[in-house]
Write a protein that binds this ligand. Structure first.
Ligand SMILES: Cc1cc2nc3c(=O)[nH]c(=O)nc-3n(C[C@H](O)[C@H](O)[C@H](O)COP(=O)(O)O)c2cc1C
Length: 222
């Protein structure tokens, strides 16, 4: 069996083999684990009140930075909130909810409204909240800029699974975009745009995997 020792994010094998193996498929056990990891990822919305150690969080964030990006701009910007700052963010989130709940009740489906309300109030008790921004640039297409950040967000999601953490990517904070910007000190002319939050921590529930639709999702042409 080929042993791969994952240190941080660099795949370390026998030094001499690294070059020749760069484009070789991973060993079958590793490949199986990788696909299992993809399948195992689910949105977790309830967390244990236990902190995430710095070294674990650092690995998750380092995984985000490995993502590809349009023109290699690496235009993601992450604000990682923990402790007091996270608590202040929850308070901001609760206060903002009162201001927008009536509008959202009319606009969102009841199930989505309920989800959103829960998020604004508790964040599932997540000890870590990562606010994910893109840094947009007139030279780059808008969608490319946004897409690059979401690729990094998916890396973050997968790294969480590998670490035994849970997370949920959330668009709900977009409802209070301006308040979040002010809270973080993000200036309106900074080129930064909030895209989502990722709430993260040790899972405290075991939800079923949401069913995947296959019909019409992939069209193969030759
Ligand atoms: C861009 C984006 C925004 C999302 N926003 C929310 C949200 O605001 N609240 C929430 O509870 N889940 C949110 N989710 C999670 C989705 O509901 C979830 O990914 C989907 O239902 C599939 O379930 P799974 O992640 O468990 O596979 C979001 C996911 C993405 C990718």
């Amino acid at each position: 069996m080929n042993w791969y020792l994952l240190e941080g994010l660099s795949v370390v094998t026998d030094e001499k083999k690294i070059d020749s193996m760069r484009f070789a498929p991973f060993a079958s056990e590793f490949r199986q684990e990788f696909y299992r990891l993809l399948e195992a990822r689910r949105s977790i919305r309830k967390f244990k009140p236990i902190d995430v150690p710095d070294e674990v969080l650092d690995r998750v964030m380092a995984a985000a930075l490995q993502a590809p990006s349009g023109k290699n701009r690496q235009n993601w910007r992450f604000f990682v909130l923990q402790g007091e700052k996270r608590d202040q963010y929850v308070k901001l989130s609760q206060k903002s909810w009162l201001g927008i709940k009536d509008i959202l009740e009319k606009r969102l489906k009841p199930s989505l409204y309920a989800f959103t309300e829960r998020f604004f109030y508790t964040l599932g008790e997540a000890p870590v909240v990562v606010l994910c921004y893109s840094h947009n640039d007139a030279e780059e297409r808008y969608h490319t800029s946004i897409g690059s950040v979401y690729m990094a967000v998916e890396n973050m999601n997968l790294a969480c699974v590998a670490e035994g953490l849970g997370c949920c990517t959330m668009g709900a904070p977009l409802e209070i975009k301006d308040e979040v910007d002010r809270f973080l000190g993000v200036e309106s002319d900074s080129g930064l745009e909030l895209l989502c939050a990722v709430v993260m921590g040790w899972p405290d529930h075991d939800p079923p995997k949401a069913a995947r639709q296959l019909e019409g999702r992939i069209t193969k042409l030759r």
